[in-house]
Design a binder for this molecule. Structure first.
Ligand code: CO
Length: 158
């Protein structure tokens, strides 16, 4: 496992749409292991492959202390409700803003071996999943609020 460099706001890579994972092979496993190690090192609670510069639809999320969920090629199949709460991002260190997200999401995805699964998430976990899926589409949480837009303007970044 290796700690990879985090791509930060202002870098064009973060704005690109990630491609689906097609090969569920050793290099995908290594990427996920590195993403997890990097997330732990940087004290994040979620990370997408694009944040380590790899444009593939892969996410790692912390569930509980020492428990992690790997989510490949996720699709949101159902959402319910709306909640506004504080968010941050490893790619935008030191900035936090209240973002509105679904209270509940149902997701289909694949594990690292290419096995399809479905899961439901609520509240904090739903927020985390939606934030990471946005990353796969080149969207950052700073795009979603006036405070975030102001932050980008002040820092001269897109
Ligand atoms: Co983020």
């Amino acid at each position: 496992m290796a700690i990879r460099k985090i791509v930060t706001l202002g870098n064009d890579t973060l704005r690109k749409k990630s491609k689906p994972v097609v090969a569920f092979d050793e290099s995908l496993g290594a990427l996920l292991d590195d993403m997890k190690a990097t997330m732990i090192e940087k004290q994040g609670v979620g990370i997408s492959a694009v944040q380590v510069g790899v444009l593939r639809r892969a996410i790692v999320i912390e569930l509980d202390e020492g428990e992690y969920l790997e989510v490949i090629n996720p699709e949101i199949v159902k959402t319910k409700g709306k909640v506004c709460d504080k968010e941050g991002c490893l790619s935008v260190p030191g900035f936090y803003t209240d973002v509105e997200r679904p209270r509940y999401v149902k997701i289909t995805a694949f594990d690292r071996h290419g096995k399809k699964f479905e899961f439901e998430a609520e509240d904090y976990l739903a927020r985390c999943v939606c934030h990471e899926i946005d990353h796969l589409n080149g969207v950052l949480f700073v795009d979603l609020t006036d405070e975030g837009k102001r932050y980008k303007k002040e820092h001269g970044v897109q």
